[in-house]
Design a protein around this ligand. Sequence first.
Ligand SMILES: Nc1nc2c(ncn2[C@@H]2O[C@H](COP(=O)(O)OP(=O)(O)OP(=O)(O)O)[C@@H](O)[C@H]2O)c(=O)[nH]1
Ligand SMILES: [Mg+2]
Length: 260
Amino acid sequence: MNILAPVRRDRVLAELPQYLRKEAALHVRKDFHPRVTCACQEHRTGTVGRFKISKVIVVGDLSVGKTCLINRFCKDTFDKNYKATIGVDFEMERFEVLGVPFSLQLWDTAGQERFKCIASTYYRGAQAIIIVFSLNDVASLEHTRQWLADALKENDPSSALLFLVGSKKDLSTPAQYVLMERDALKVAQEMKAEYWAVSSLTGENVREFFFRVAALTFEANVLAELEKSGARSIGDVVRINSDDNNLYLTASKKKPACCF
Ligand SMILES: Nc1nc2c(ncn2[C@@H]2O[C@H](COP(=O)(O)OP(=O)(O)OP(=O)(O)O)[C@@H](O)[C@H]2O)c(=O)[nH]1
Ligand SMILES: [Mg+2]
């Protein structure tokens, strides 16, 4: 892929895309963190401003639909025939968030046991982990805990953003879906992951989901850069508040004028 090509118009994010379910959202703020908005307005995104990139890994049982999900978003295609991923595949998707160029490196990993050890060597350094299960296969939901544990062995559990994604929504009746969602929300809350339900066949929620991944990853990335470069006021803390799921809640003593 030519990374110098202009960002597609439909990959421009000027606002924070919203969560699917309030009960299992990484945070429920309506807008980007004020410090991020402020830094982007002032072109003060640190080293960030030039070119930002985040690694995202996609894990989960074989045949749950990881490849189809990525292909639906990146290529707007759907293949009904199963072709197992061998090891890993890779896609790069470019966005513009709050006027700043931003890319997601999407690592599509193999769910088959025999390819798992190859795939797991690519887990390291992920800013976001997408754990996929099939909404019509309860065992695949149960296995998500193990997929997460394996992915976290190679990553910093305090900084990786987690997304739990139920795939193949088109195969469930509304009644089946309600039951599955109840269980999935519990797992997502336990993991502190954001929950999504998608269909790569119909495209339902696919774009909304990846936009949310891009936005939250961008936000976390800029906050980390600001923290590192000391651009934040002394006394500010980014803390994880498990009660209200507000991952980027900031206890601020003094905010720059543009952040009010
Ligand atoms: N009906 C329906 N079928 C789907 C959907 N997503 C994927 N599938 C089908 O499920 C099968 C597996 O999809 P893949 O995307 O290849 O699964 P995977 O998770 O990448 O599998 P591995 O690479 O082996 O880990 C294929 O036959 C797809 O056509 C969906 O949203 N709806
Ligand atoms: Mg695959």
